[in-house]
Design a protein around this ligand. Structure first.
Ligand SMILES: [Zn+2]
Length: 257
């Protein structure tokens, strides 16, 4: 466990520092100037002389805090060296991982990104864009093994999402197994034009299957499926989207008499 020098040891900061740095080895010290450095001064990489203290660099993160990382100088060849910043970068990545699971849990409870940003004021405040990006990034790293197509008439759901990578618009094309709702094919594409969709769905073409394709109401799909499967497919528009059409139509013609 990291050592804390007597000047700040025993104060109320002591426990806090131990909470944050607790699992760091006792080869490191948080010294009386609140500088994080090795207990033993390092050996110069160039000439092998033991180095001496030479101040510190400060690293800060908005709304979180800052840390002082020790610097060394070689008394023989005047080379400079800095203590590893691992403790700081590791802390930042742990906090990021915490906020990623926090955002995931909030989204599971249907909390909006604005809502998550509001709640974060009780922890470390971040804006809604931070959480939206973190959430997308977190989800994109989860690997779900692709399913294999089962049976001669598999039910396949096809849809597109519109994630943004930086400022460029991307399209995530997904083919799901209707029964398990798990992906059979997935692709991040620069476009969702007919050719891209055709190439993507052709990946499951097999003359022995007659897929039952479920899509939203985009009029292009039927033609694309015909090009791939010929007449050997059934196209069903998603009931959710069809219901939305009915509900949209109903207020205009709301009498049944
Ligand atoms: Zn040296």
């Amino acid at each position: 466990m990291v050592q804390i020098q007597t000047k700040i040891s025993g104060t109320r900061n002591d426990n806090l520092i131990r909470d944050v740095l607790g699992d760091i080895s006792n080869e490191y010290i948080f010294d009386s100037n609140s500088v994080f450095r090795s207990v033993k001064n390092p050996i110069c990489n160039s000439c092998g002389t033991q180095m001496v203290h030479n101040g510190f660099n400060t690293y800060s993160k908005k709304n979180l805090g800052s840390i002082r990382i020790g610097k060394y100088k070689c008394p023989n060849c005047q080379s400079n060296q800095e203590e590893s910043k691992y403790i700081w970068t590791d802390l930042l990545s742990k906090i990021k991982a915490f906020f990623a699971s926090f955002a995931l849990m909030c989204r599971d409870q249907n909390v909006s990104y604005e809502g998550i940003a509001e709640i974060s004021k009780f922890l470390i405040p971040h804006g809604k864009d931070y959480f939206a990006e973190l959430y997308a990034d977190y989800l994109s790293k989860i690997e779900i093994p692709l399913m294999e197509i089962k049976g001669e008439m598999p039910i396949l759901h096809y849809d597109e999402q519109h994630p943004k990578r930086g400022r460029s618009q991307k399209y995530r094309l997904t083919l799901l197994d209707g029964e398990t709702k798990r992906p059979i094919l997935e692709k991040l594409a620069d476009s969702k034009d007919n050719e891209t969709i055709k190439n993507f769905i052709s990946g499951v073409y097999d003359e022995n299957i007659c897929p039952f394709m479920v899509t939203d109401l985009d009029r292009r799909y039927n033609g694309i499926f015909q090009e791939i499967f010929g007449q050997n497919f059934i196209h069903q528009k998603c009931l959710f989207h069809e219901n939305k059409l009915v509900i949209g139509e109903f207020p205009k013609n709301c009498t049944i008499y």
